[in-house]
Every structure is written in structure tokens, then in C-alpha cells.
Design a protein around this ligand. Sequence first.
Ligand SMILES: Nc1nc2c(ncn2[C@@H]2O[C@H](COP(=O)(O)OP(=O)(O)OP(=O)(O)O)[C@@H](O)[C@H]2O)c(=O)[nH]1
Ligand SMILES: [Mg+2]
Length: 357
Amino acid sequence: MALNAALQALLDGFRAGRTTALARAISLVEDEREGFQDFLHEVLRAGPRTARVGFTGPPGAGKSSIVATLATAYRTRGEDVGVVAVDPTSPFSGGALLGDRIRMNELATDAGIFIRSMATRGSLGGLATTTKEVMDLMDAFGFARVLVESVGVGQTELEITAAADTVVVVLVPESGDAIQAMKAGLMEIADLFVVNKADRPGAQRLARDIELMLHLREGPSSRRRPAALAAGHHGPARSGSAAPAVPVATDSGSPGAPAAWAIPVLETVASEGKGIDALVAALDAHRAWAEASGALARKRRERLDRRVREAVARSLAIEVWRRRGGDAILQEVLPALETGELTPYQAAARIVRALLG
Ligand SMILES: Nc1nc2c(ncn2[C@@H]2O[C@H](COP(=O)(O)OP(=O)(O)OP(=O)(O)O)[C@@H](O)[C@H]2O)c(=O)[nH]1
Ligand SMILES: [Mg+2]
């Protein structure tokens, strides 16, 4: 799978660490231009190295504020950060309040922070697939952290967030109670809860309710928090460095086995940077736990499985729509579909036969 000259030049720029090359590589993948799979193949040889953290939660919960503050905190530790924002109304894509936009722009002038907002337009691979590939590109580019923001409402957004190593669910008192979060499927994907806007009434109560809900769901034993974990870990967490000492508590039933992850519920005031240090520590702790317990390896394996299925689905889609005239057949049979002479299933069968034939 040799790259053509233009893509080889792009690859050279990418490997040399030029952010212009990263930006162009992302466009290549987003637009699914000729050779994008070969390009991904080249850059993904090294495998995943970066810590991927996904943030989800209702609109306006403060996800962007948290991501911005976190990114700054990581920068002070000397880590480069890639940010992917999937929500079109996010300040990252310029859709929000002026104050936020100014803050994001300040962030964007830091060479150690690369921000990309994803368009919600469709593609043959789908937004979720493309976003995951953009995370892969940022990983391969060498960012120590990749932070992904998406609004946790639709299946696509949940899928994107679930593709992160660590999932942070951001809630606010205004977003309703813990039961609503549970109904929305957020309890299932959270590795960490953040109750933001803790300067507002109801925040503590919401945090308590989430704790209670987690407690009820998991049972009391798994909620015992290992002492070392609560203390947090402040060392450099660049991947590749030696794994930090990991809190390993033993459940009475299985001596020696790593304790289940006790999902922390943190309170923050992102607009003032309050609680961000604790969030940094909790994210480090989750990373350390995930590495030591095998949870990260398991997650990566599931990711690979899913990725191959997605790649197959997209290759087939490209093949049938672009290369084997699926579009032409569809246009041809549309009138028959409109009159009811053909059903969509018959039309689909005809197109699939054209692919297989
Ligand atoms: N009072 C208060 N306001 C906050 C806090 N954090 C963020 N905000 C404000 O809440 C608003 C929304 O914050 P964002 O960071 O844009 O929230 P978001 O979740 O990214 O929003 P969307 O991307 O549009 O879903 C902004 O006006 C912030 O300044 C907080 O802790 N307390
Ligand atoms: Mg946002």
C-alpha cells in the first residue's frame, strides 16, 4: 500500500510534527479522499499511546470550560494536548458566548494545544467513525492527551465518548436529577462524574444522589475507595513512562484481585478553575487503575474489533456507492420506489447483487 507522492509528503510532514500536516491529514480522513485508508494505515502502525479522555453531558453543562481548564493544567505539566469537539454549538467551533470564544482562542494560540471541531455532516463511515479516526491521528501525532467533547444525547455521541479510555460525565444541578442521567444511559459509560457549577444551589445534593445511585447499582463493597487513590497521583503521566504505583485494594471475596474502580463524583466550578486539580488527579488515578487492572487492554481490544467492523462496512459502502455504480442504480429505480412498484428492500437487494456480482 504505497502512498502517492502527495500523501507521502503529507506523511513526512506529519511525522516531523507539523500541525499543518496534522490538520490536512484530518481533512483527508474527514472527506474520505482517495488514499485516506492507506494514510491511516501508515500512521497507526505504532499503536495507541495517548491517554484519551471523553467528556459528555447535557448542553451548557460546562464541558468546554472543563476541557479548556484541563488542557491548560496539562500544559503546565509540559504535556501537549489535542482537543476534539463534536458539538457544533461548542465554543471550540465558535457557537457560544463571546467570553468563551475568547478563552478558546487564547487556548488555540498555544502551540502545544491543537483544537479540531468536527462537522456533523455525514460521511460513509459516519461521524462516530470519523471522530475516532481523528482521535487516532492525534494519538499518532504524539499528543500526550486527547480530550474529546460531545453532547451526551444521541447514539453517535455516546459511541464517540465510549471510544475514549476514560469517560467523564459532566452534570449540573439544572440538568435534572440523577435518575434522568441514568435513563439517558450516562451511568453506564461514566468512569468519573463531575458535578459542575458547584457554585449553584443543588450541586451537592446532585452529587450525593449520584453517589447513592452508584452505591445501589454496584453494591457497597465495590464502592470502597482505596486510600492511595483518594490521595491522587501527581507524577508525569505520559504514556510509555513506568506505571505509577496503583491502588490495589482487595475485595474480601477475591484476595489479591485489583479492586473494582470506584467511580468518583467530583464537584467543580469550571469557570473559576475550582476542583480541576482534583479532576486531574482522578483522571491520573483512573489511567493507572485501567493500566494495572487490564481494563485498558480490554477496552483497546474491543475498540480494535469494532474498528475492523467499521472499516469493512465503510469499504463496502465506498465500493458499492462510488465504484460499482450503486448510486446510478439507485437513481434509476427511484421512480419505481416512489410509485410503490419497488420497495426499498428490493432496491437494496438489487444494489447488493450488483456489488457481489
Ligand atoms: N456558574 C457557573 N457557570 C459556569 C461554570 N462552568 C461553566 N459555566 C458557564 O456555563 C456556560 C456553558 O459552558 P460551556 O463550557 O460552554 O458548556 P458546554 O457543556 O461546553 O456547552 P455546549 O458545548 O454548548 O453543550 C458558559 O457561559 C460558562 O461560562 C461553573 O462552574 N459555574
Ligand atoms: Mg461545549
